[in-house]
Design a protein around this ligand. Structure first.
Ligand SMILES: [Ca+2]
Ligand SMILES: [Ca+2]
Ligand SMILES: [Ca+2]
Length: 558
C-alpha cells in the first residue's frame, strides 16, 4: 500500500536528525563525546562502559579501514529472555546479547573479534526464511522482533563503534507484497509497478543462468528473474523509483542505519532480452546514490554485482556505488589456499587494484550464497588461517560471513550454508534453549564452537582476532597501496602494502612444505619485525616459511 502518509514525518525526522548531528569520528581513537540527542532519545539507559566511538553521523569514506561481518539474524542467536526467547529462531535480542563477542566497545580488550561493521541480511517481513522476498519494506519480521528492538540493536552496535548496513532488496518484492497483489488485480495505481505481458505475447527468452524468467499467476504473465515468488519491480515507472527513495530515507533518516547492501542490483532494469548491467541500471544507481548522499552524506552503499572485475568496476568508475563485492578476488583467494599456486591470485590482486578507483571494492572469501570456506578447504586449519590472512592483508574492505571465524562448515543447498551458529559444545550449540532450532546445526559443533576456540590460543578464532586487530591498527594494510612482488616461484606469493613511509611485505607459502632461507629476488635490506606472531624478524631478509604459513614483515628501510 502507498507509504505516502509515512513520507512527510520521515523527511522531517531525517532533516532534524541531520541538523543536530556532528561529523567526525575515528575507528581507533576512543571518544568521550556524548551520543547525539536524536539517537540517545531512542536508546535505552545503557550500563556504563567505555565508548569507542560516538553515534554521530559518520564522515563519508568511514568504511575504508573497517572490517565487516555479515549476519543472518535467524541463525545467529535465539534470545534467552523476552517474548521471542527459546523458539528456535534467532532474533534481534539474541543478536544484541552477543554483540560483545563481535566488539565490546573497549579498544583495550582483545577478547572480542574486533569487527567494526555489520551487514545485516534482510530483517523485514517476508514469507521466506531468508527474507529476500519482502512484503513490507518499512517493517521488521515479527520472528526477529519489533522496530523498537531494531533501534535498540542499532544503538547498541553504535555504542560499540560498529556501523550497520542493511540488505536492501530493490530488484523485486515478494509476490505476496500488497503492491503485487494490487497489480495482479489490475489496480491501475500498481499495474505498472511490475512487468506484465499479454498471455499471447509471453517471450520465450530464458535468463542469464538459463532459468525461466517469465512467470505465471492467475493466468497473468509477469517478469521475475529469480522465481515466481519474486516479481521484478518496474523501475521504468517513476512511482517505483520514488518509493525506493522513500524506503532509503526511512531507514537512513528515521531509523538511522549507516548504509545499504544492494541485493542483485545488476538485474535492476532490463532492456528487452538484456537482463544484466544495462546502462539504465547504472544511471539509476548513480541517481539513487546521489539521493542517498543528499539525505545522509555519510551513508555507505555496497552493491552485489556478481560478475567479473571488468564489469563490476564499471559501476565504480561511473560512481554508481561506494563499494562493490569483488567475486573474482574472492575466488582467487580460495583458489590459492586450495591449489597451492600463486599465479592467479597474484594477477587478480594487481588487476583488481588497477581496475577500481581508490580501493573501492569489498573483499570476501565466501558469503551466504556460496559453500563455506571451511568446507571448500576440507577443514584444514592451516589452509583456513592462510585464506584468512590473505583476505585480511589485501586491499579493499573485508567482509566475513558469520561463523567463518570458527571454521563453520556448510555446502549447498542454501539452508546448509546458513545454519545456526555454534556458541558452545552443549545442546544445540548454545544457539537456542528450544528442543529444536529452526534448522539443525552442522555436525561437529561439540568441537567446532566459539567457547572451545576462545580457550585455545592457536584456534582459527584467535587467528581472526589477531588479524582483524592488526589490519585496523596498520594503515598500510587497511588503506595502503599494493604491489605484487616477484618471488621467483609459484608456491610463494608476496606483496608489498605501503602507506606513507611504512612498508609491509606479506609473504605466503602456499605449499605444504617448509621453505628455509627464502629471500625475495632482488630484495635489499631485511625485516625489523613480523606482525602476525607466526614468524621472526630477519635483519638479513632471509626468512623461514612454515608449510602454508603467511606472514607480515615490516620492511627495514635503514
Ligand atoms: Ca527467538
Ligand atoms: Ca575490545
Ligand atoms: Ca529487474
Amino acid at each position: 500500500m502507498p507509504q505516502i502518509a509515512r513520507m512527510l514525518p520521515v523527511l522531517l525526522l531525517s532533516v532534524a536528525a541531520l541538523g543536530c548531528r556532528s561529523t567526525g569520528e575515528s575507528v581507533a581513537t576512543p571518544a568521550t563525546t556524548a551520543p547525539a540527542a536524536s539517537t540517545a532519545a531512542m536508546a535505552p539507559a545503557a550500563p556504563a562502559r567505555p565508548a569507542s566511538t560516538t553515534t554521530t553521523t559518520p564522515e563519508p569514506g568511514w568504511w575504508q579501514g573497517r572490517v565487516f561481518y555479515e549476519i543472518f539474524v535467524r541463525s545467529f542467536a535465539d534470545s534467552t529472555t523476552g517474548p521471542l526467547a527459546g523458539d528456535g529462531i534467532g532474533d534481534l535480542q539474541g543478536l544484541i546479547d552477543r554483540l560483545d563477542y563481535l566488539n565490546d566497545g573497549d579498544p583495550a580488550t582483545t577478547s572480542d573479534l574486533g569487527i567494526t561493521g555489520i551487514w545485516l541480511m534482510p530483517t523485514s517481513p517476508s514469507p521466506s526464511y531468508h527474507g529476500y522476498d519482502v512484503t513490507d519494506y518499512y517493517g521488521i519480521n515479527p520472528q526477529y522482533g519489533t522496530m523498537e528492538d531494531f533501534r535498540r540493536f542499532l544503538a547498541e552496535a553504535h555504542r560499540r563503534g560498529i556501523r550497520v548496513v542493511t540488505d536492501l532488496v530493490l530488484n523485486h518484492s515478494s509476490s505476496q507484497h500488497p503492491w503485487f497483489e494490487a497489480a495482479l488485480r489490475g489496480d491501475p495505481a500498481y499495474r505498472d509497478w511490475y512487468i506484465f505481458v499479454p498471455p499471447d505475447r509471453v517471450p520465450t527468452t530464458r535468463g542469464p543462468w538459463n532459468q525461466q524468467v517469465w512467470q505465471e499467476k492467475n493466468g497473468q504473465h509477469y517478469y521475475g528473474i529469480f522465481w515466481s515468488g519474486m516479481p521484478d519491480l518496474n523501475y521504468r515507472t517513476p512511482a517505483v523509483t520514488a518509493e525506493a527513495y522513500r524506503i532509503a530515507e526511512f531507514w537512513l533518516g528515521d531509523v538511522g542505519v549507516d548504509g545499504f547492501r544492494l541485493d542483485a542490483i545488476r538485474h535492476l532494469i532490463e532492456d528487452g532480452d538484456v537482463m544484466n548491467d544495462t546502462p539504465e541500471t547504472i544511471a539509476w544507481l548513480r541517481d539513487f546514490q546521489a539521493h542517498v548522499k543528499h539525505v545522509a552524506p555519510g551513508a555507505m552503499i555496497v552493491g552485489e554485482v556478481w560478475t567479473s572485475t571488468e564489469t563490476v568496476s564499471e559501476y565504480l568508475r561511473a560512481d554508481a556505488l561506494d563499494l562493490a563485492f569483488e567475486f573474482d578476488l574472492a575466488g582467487a583467494i580460495l583458489d590459492a589456499a586450495k591449489s597451492g599456486t600463486a599465479t592467479k591470485l597474484a594477477y587478480t590482486l594487481e588487476n583488481v587494484a588497477a581496475s577500481y578507483p581508490e580501493g573501492r571494492y569489498a573483499t570476501l572469501i565466501t558469503n551466504h550464497d556460496q559453500n563455506r570456506v571451511a568446507s571448500e578447504l576440507g577443514e584444514e586449519p592451516r589452509r583456513l588461517k592462510l585464506a584468512a590472512t590473505l583476505l585480511l592483508t589485501a586491499p579493499g574492505v573485508p567482509f566475513l560471513y558469520y561463523g567463518e571465524e570458527i571454521g563453520q562448515i556448510g555446502a549447498k543447498p542454501d539452508e546448509m550454508i546458513r545454519n545456526p551458529m555454534p556458541w558452545t559444545g552443549g545442546r544445540n550449540g548454545g544457539f537456542t534453549a528450544a528442543a529444536a532450532p529452526w534448522e539443525p546445526l552442522q555436525p561437529g559443533q561439540e568441537r567446532r564452537n566459539v567457547a572451545a576456540q576462545e580457550a585455545d590460543p592457536g584456534s582459527l578464532l584467535n587467528h581472526y582476532r589477531r588479524l582483524i586487530r592488526l589490519r585496523q591498527s596498520e594503515p598500510a594494510l587497511a588503506r595502503g597501496t599494493i604491489r605484487v612482488l616477484d618471488t621467483g616461484r609459484d608456491d610463494v606469493l608476496a606483496y608489498e602494502r605501503t602507506a606513507g613511509d611504512r612498508r609491509l611485505v606479506v609473504m605466503a607459502n602456499l605449499s605444504a612444505s617448509e621453505i628455509r632461507g627464502f629471500r625475495l629476488p632482488g630484495a635489499t635490506g631485511g625485516y625489523s619485525a613480523e606482525l602476525t606472531g607466526a614468524g621472526a624478524a630477519s635483519p638479513s631478509g632471509a626468512v623461514t616459511l612454515a608449510p602454508l604459513g603467511a606472514y607480515v614483515f615490516v620492511q627495514d628501510d635503514r
